[in-house]
Design a protein around this ligand. Sequence first.
Ligand SMILES: [Zn+2]
Ligand SMILES: [Zn+2]
Ligand SMILES: [Zn+2]
Ligand SMILES: [Zn+2]
Length: 359
Amino acid sequence: MKSGVACIISEQIMSSSDSCKDGASKLLSNDDGVCKVNDMLQNMSVGDVSVCANCGKEGSSDNMNLCNKCKVTTYCNAVCKKVHKKKHKKDCEEYIRLATEKHDEEIRLAAELHDIELFKQPPQLYKDCPICFLRMPSLETGYRYMPCCGKEICSGCVHSPVYDNQGNVVFGKKCAFCRTPHPTSDDEIRERVNKRVEVEDPLAIHKFGVNHRDGADGFPQDYAKALNLYHRAGELGHIKAYTNIGNSYYHGRGVEVDEKKANHYYELAAMGGDSMARHNLGNNEVRAGSFDRALKQYMIAVRSGTSNSLEVIKEMYSNGYATKDEYMKALQLYQEYLSEIKSSQRDEAAAADEANQYY
Ligand SMILES: [Zn+2]
Ligand SMILES: [Zn+2]
Ligand SMILES: [Zn+2]
Ligand SMILES: [Zn+2]
């Protein structure tokens, strides 16, 4: 995931330089600046053969003597370099200026491309519930991980009765997906999660990590171990693990506090669809005083189901940091989300037990 994003960006930069040849720069208007610099730098050598700037003698690029300052102008030997020094001074300064400009332009372009990726509405973090086929709620109490079969099931389906093949209600708590009876002790839970960890189930590995963070389900509290498990779960594709890696760096759990790294992992998680990480990024933007960027982050989080972000947008509106239209837009996005997750079964589960709240 991490290198994937970096790859997209560097690939796009590469392709933008490639487009210089035919002058067809499509990506961003400011490519022209980079292209001009590229052309000027390319004109100084032809393939593997370079020409001495002092005496005109040709030689292979590998054997030529480069100007120590600009690293662009080539000489056949140190004597030619010395003789040409005064004449070359002005060009040398210009080459250095162009190279710096090119470097700055590339950094600017990379940041712009990064933002394009960052502010896209991300994919849905969770698959739909495998039983009722409705969109899974983002709120953590809206679904459960089943260590029997490794499925995540919505709170509504967990709560509703399980029927046998004849349509009779099955008494006693059983997994709504695979019908395995619920575990009755910490030992049994640990054993089941262990088995799922052994088959490299990223959800189980992540849960294992959370248990080590909290010292829950009979696991000892161990932040360093939790962090290792998050990394493993993330590598296996569980996006939520990146949010917890971000939290580890943010709070200094098992590592030194490092807000830059925290942000990096929150971004990975947010781009993968985790709305909690997205909300955290919004908070960071507020702290940095970048209210426009904060609003963008919160809007995306709202569409992915984070009511906290809606609350903050409301507050931004009443304090003049967001317009009425923006607040109305946020309300509309949240309604769209709710229409995808609402069901009477989930409502019933939530009414029966607060631990089943799903929005
Ligand atoms: Zn020479
Ligand atoms: Zn030079
Ligand atoms: Zn369901
Ligand atoms: Zn199951």
